[in-house]
Design a protein around this ligand. Structure first.
Ligand code: EZ4
Ligand code: CO
Length: 409
């Protein structure tokens, strides 16, 4: 059996997705996700110009060997573009193997370790009452765990808060960023943020009680000591986790956070390989691995980092925003169902346009996700639907302090 063709499909049903489609000489197809939000065409070129020609003629069953061939063979290791391209190939090969075996991918990697994957949804509000309404809506949809993000007095446009009015008069959609040739600019004030967030959680706990798992994303904006201060002030509200409390390039910084707080920490949505997690896992500086199959080298690589994490009682909390395509999302659902050290799965729900292009066997019921029983990953790509949504340049926002200094977004 041989890989006979490798096509790169770019479509923009609400947001841009880069999808790899491999076809075997017997006509079996496999899909992979290589979407790198805001830099999509670089990943597409990497696949089309440098990876696709190497795949033709290879045995699609040799997943590990192909992964190593692309990782070691590039010489220039790691980085989001390289690892997204490798991820796409890896997912497509698992998809093909599952279809040949007649089994969903989770059955090939150990079978189910649980009945379904606890998911958390994104509630947010421009006011406390708006936030409360958003939490109620999520609970009504079945969510049993909620990420809480709120507008902050003194910050005009903020990550994670839906429907903020913009200077342009348009409603701000924080996930697909502003469409267009330049990034939207947001503003940031650390002191205002640290003062306000504990009050938000105080009110949410009062209204919704002690049991509901609550999460929060600081989105890389604090220094270690600021992160420690916030995490400590949040302890009375018993968060499930505090995410990306500080940028994690300097991993020693997490030691400072850890020394001061028992709030559980989740990090790693922008990480690309197991090496990015090495210190955080082996020194037990985090509690949840936020990697995404798409930016981390696929199913093969996610399983390896989760095996390392398991030795330290660290669990999964894979990144599940709407800029991971349904293919990448399915890949991590299969991993999450199979591994023992699953923690929680982020679930943002793709738009109806995205779901028209990517038809999925995945289900969400009573707060739990399941990848379904379709052989392979369980996602089909509708090329005629995709053709209605051509690529549009789109950037993620950037963030500045009030004096104009660039900050982390
Ligand atoms: O900002 O996926 O936890 N989720 C997140 C996401 C990321 C986007 C970046 O493209 O932090 O909303
Ligand atoms: Co995040």
């Amino acid at each position: 059996m041989k890989i006979a063709s490798a096509e790169v499909l770019i479509t923009s049903p609400t947001r841009n997705f880069v999808t790899l489609k491999l076809t075997t000489d017997g006509g079996i197809t496999g899909l992979g996700d290589a979407t790198v939000n805001g830099r999509e065409l670089a990943a597409a070129s990497y696949l089309r110009d440098h990876v696709a020609p190497l795949l033709l003629g290879l045995d699609p069953h040799r997943i590990e060997d192909t992964w190593q061939y692309l990782y070691r063979g590039a010489y220039w290791r790691r980085g989001p573009i390289t690892m997204a391209a490798i991820a796409a190939v890896d997912m497509a090969l698992w998809d093909i193997k599952g279809k040949i075996a007649g089994l969903p991918v989770y059955q090939l990697i150990g079978g189910a370790s649980r009945n379904g994957l606890l998911a958390y949804g994104h509630a947010s509000g421009t006011s406390q009452s708006g936030l409360s309404e958003s939490i109620h809506e999520h609970l009504e949809k079945g969510y049993r765990a909620i990420r809480v993000q709120s507008a902050i007095p003194g910050i005009h446009a903020l990550y994670g808060v839906a429907d903020q009015p913009q200077a342009s008069g348009e409603r701000y959609d924080y996930e697909p960023a502003g469409r267009g040739a330049r990034p939207v600019e947001e503003d940031w004030d650390t002191a205002a943020y640290i003062r306000h967030v504990p009050q938000v959680f105080e009110a949410v706990r009062q209204e919704f009680g002690a049991e509901l798992p609550l999460l929060h994303d600081s989105h890389h904006r604090l220094t270690p000591i600021e992160a420690a201060k916030l995490a400590r002030r949040l302890e009375p509200y018993d968060l499930f986790w505090l995410e990306d409390c500080t940028p994690a390039e300097n991993q020693q910084g997490l030691r400072i956070v850890r020394q001061h707080t028992t709030t559980p920490l989740a990090i790693g949505e922008v990480f690309n390989t197991v090496w990015d997690f090495q210190q955080l896992i082996t020194e037990q500086l985090i509690d949840y691995v936020r990697a995404a199959a798409t930016h981390f080298g696929g199913i093969t690589a996610l399983r390896k980092v989760m095996d390392l994490a398991a030795q330290y009682q660290i669990r999964s909390g894979f990144h599940g925003p709407t800029d991971i395509s349904p293919v990448g999302f399915a890949a991590q659902l299969h991993v999450g169902l199979a591994i023992h050290n699953f923690g929680i799965q982020e679930y943002m729900e793709h738009s109806s346009a995205t779901n028209e292009v990517f038809r999925q066997s995945m289900t969400f019921k009573d707060g739990y996700l399941h990848p379904g029983e379709t052989p392979g990953l369980g996602v089909e790509f509708d090329e005629s639907a995709a053709a209605q949504f051509p690529y549009q340049p789109a950037y993620l926002p950037v963030s500045r302090l009030h004096d104009g200094t660039m900050h982390d977004w």
